[in-house]
Design a protein around this ligand. Structure first.
Ligand SMILES: *[C@@H]1O[C@H](CO)[C@@H](O)[C@H](O)[C@H]1NC(C)=O
Ligand SMILES: *[C@@H]1O[C@H](CO)[C@@H](O)[C@H](O)[C@H]1NC(C)=O
Ligand SMILES: *[C@@H]1O[C@H](CO)[C@@H](O)[C@H](O)[C@H]1NC(C)=O
Ligand SMILES: *[C@@H]1O[C@H](CO)[C@@H](O)[C@H](O)[C@H]1NC(C)=O
Ligand SMILES: *[C@@H]1O[C@H](CO)[C@@H](O)[C@H](O)[C@H]1NC(C)=O
Ligand SMILES: *[C@@H]1O[C@H](CO)[C@@H](O)[C@H](O)[C@H]1NC(C)=O
Ligand SMILES: *[C@@H]1O[C@H](CO)[C@@H](O)[C@H](O)[C@H]1NC(C)=O
Ligand SMILES: [Ca+2]
Length: 497
């Protein structure tokens, strides 16, 4: 029986083979040609139908995970540089949902090459391919920089329900969940006392903390809590060993003196996506940079200027204008003579810390920006936003790259860093990096913003990518009065980005 079946399969195979040879042969009949054309057309149609489609992988449901987009016949990942909630809104809208952005491969390393990098969305684009980004496939990101989203139904959206904004995703303080008198903190597995995996004594055993969402904010609190200085690194790693993960979802402001003052949104069980074997870890140090944004100079320098678009070509290339500028360019033949209204201002940050502030990217990854003729060493050094009374963004100053240097130094301190000639970039202790109001891109495009009262927010090192002693002096939250003829910025105070 087996023999007969085998023979039969062989015959079928030979017939198929003969047919294939015939099809591949020179003399295709018209009908066969038509069949092949139809097959290829179907394949192309399928590709076209998928073009621009989104899927999410690595999450607990199909509505959360790392984002993959289909383009030119394959799926590709999205890098987290510049990735934010506006971009998440665009992704989640394709499921009729709202959502929040996740970064740093929160749902694991990417399984595909990157299609998109430096994606900047306003939030109202019909789909992700309509946002601004580098060329398709142009990316310098490593596999653990995958951008993701966590989508949720509109009704549960924190944006739809103002009363939820404060409680989500914060939850209760850790000290309300565990008994502080018997809970302790320690570092384990490090080469010295200032580094290691963070362990909590919880429910009578020592356990690790879930590394998901572990940032310099949480790490800063751990170092302060243990009296070890400042957090130089927040790690999600197996390098310091592993123990059972007993706590997830810790979320700190960064200025707490005890980790138990941080908020905690663990639900019933520990939920810890990402690599198994990884744990939250820190490296503490006594010497660290600390940028302090100068609020007075923002108030003094802010003013409006109307500029014709032909003077803004470089700025357009670097995405320094709002979306409508690109629409104007497409729709209006004489677009060069249209004007943009810019809110210009000077931003200066002093390094008041005890160590130099150095760029996040190593030198060989700096990007040469032809327009401005210097290298950019950090994807995002500063953000400028205008928010309405509901806290919604009405204008976003692009997130430009910058060149870090010592522009002015306190008396007796020598300048060391300069952007010229591929020089080393950084900000020395007691020196300031100054972006004067008259340089390109040092503005927010307010062409589309109605006159009224707003909040103007400027932040440096906004994603806390580089360690600092404190992040609570990195942002300035100011009042902005915009009229048809002038702008006034006043009442700036420091806060966290
Ligand atoms: C994305 O939006 C553009 C503009 O509305 C549209 O032409 C395109 O078909 C959309 N793509 C997908 C996958 O929805
Ligand atoms: C989203 O909602 C619209 C209108 O209610 C509906 O037509 C569409 O099919 C929905 N899309 C998805 C993916 O559920
Ligand atoms: C907003 O959320 C609160 C708390 O969950 C709830 O009591 C309230 O009804 C919600 N409001 C709306 C408009 O959904
Ligand atoms: C915390 O633990 C201490 C020592 O075991 C105990 O005396 C105290 O009642 C506990 N507190 C709470 C709130 O459980
Ligand atoms: C504490 O540990 C015991 C076993 O040692 C376990 O049964 C219990 O569920 C744990 N409680 C919590 C809150 O984790
Ligand atoms: C931390 O900063 C927040 C503002 O971001 C402030 O409300 C809070 O009081 C500060 N906490 C401490 C312990 O300084
Ligand atoms: C920076 O300035 C502060 C206060 O003016 C001073 O105490 C400190 O020694 C200076 N540090 C350096 C490295 O110049
Ligand atoms: Ca700072």
């Amino acid at each position: 029986m087996v023999q007969i079946k085998h023979t039969f399969s062989l015959i079928v195979f030979i017939i198929l083979l003969l047919r294939t040879i015939k099809v591949l042969g020179r003399d295709l009949s018209e009908q066969e040609r038509a069949l092949r054309a139809e097959f290829i057309q179907r394949l192309l149609n399928k590709q076209n139908k998928l073009e621009g489609k989104i899927k999410l992988l690595g999450g607990a449901s199909k509505y959360e995970g790392n984002v993959y987009i289909y383009h030119a016949g394959r799926w590709g990942a999205v890098c987290d540089d510049s990735w934010d909630d506006e971009a998440a809104a665009v992704v989640c809208r394709s499921f009729n949902m709202t959502g929040v952005a996740t970064v740093g491969g929160q749902y694991g390393e990417t399984v595909e090459k990157y299609w998109l990098d430096d994606v900047i969305c306003q939030g109202d684009e019909p789909n992700l391919s309509k946002c601004v980004f580098n060329r398709w496939g142009a990316s310098d990101c490593s596999r653990d920089e995958a951008a993701g989203v966590m989508c949720m139904p509109e009704s549960e959206s924190p944006k739809n329900n103002r009363s939820l904004v404060k409680t989500w995703p914060n939850g209760r303080k850790l000290r309300e969940v565990l008994n502080e008198t018997v809970s302790h903190l320690r570092l384990m597995g490090g080469k010295n006392a200032k580094e290691g995996r963070v362990e909590v004594f919880y429910n009578n055993t020592w356990g690790s903390i879930c590394p998901d969402g572990w940032t310099l904010y949480e790490a800063s609190v751990v170092c302060r809590h243990l009296d070890l200085g400042y957090a130089e690194q927040a790690l999600q790693t197996y390098a310091f060993g592993f123990s059972n993960i007993v706590i997830s979802g810790i979320n700190c402001d960064g200025n707490e003196t005890s980790l138990f003052d941080c908020r905690h949104r663990q639900h019933d069980e520990v939920r810890c996506p990402g690599d198994v074997g990884h744990a939250a870890a820190v490296v503490c140090t006594n010497f660290l940079a600390d940028l302090v944004l100068d609020t007075a100079v923002i108030e003094r320098s802010a003013h409006l200027q109307d500029v014709m678009m032909f003077q803004l070509q470089c700025a357009m290339e670097e995405n320094c204008l709002s979306k409508s500028a690109y629409e104007v360019k497409e729709l209006i033949p004489d677009w060069q003579y249209e004007t943009r209204r810019l809110l210009r201002f000077t931003a200066a940050s002093l390094n008041a810390g005890t160590a130099e502030f150095r760029p996040y990217l190593p030198k060989h990854l700096w990007q040469w920006h032809l327009c401005h003729m210097h290298y950019h060493s950090m994807e995002v050094f500063a953000t400028f936003d205008i928010l309405d009374s509901n806290g919604l963004r009405v204008a976003e100053g692009h997130k430009a790259s910058f060149c870090l240097e010592d522009n002015t130094c306190n008396p007796g301190v020598a300048k060391q860093y300069s952007c010229k000639n591929y020089g080393d970039q950084g900000i020395s202790v007691n020196c300031s990096d100054v972006y004067k109001y008259n340089i390109d891109c040092q503005w927010v495009d307010v062409t589309d913003v109605q006159p009224g009262d707003y909040t103007f927010k400027v932040a440096v090192n906004p994603h806390a990518r580089i360690a600092e002693q404190s992040f609570h002096n990195n942002a300035a939250s100011c009042r902005l009065r915009l009229t048809t003829t002038y702008a006034m910025v006043f009442g700036c105070r420091h806060e966290r980005p």
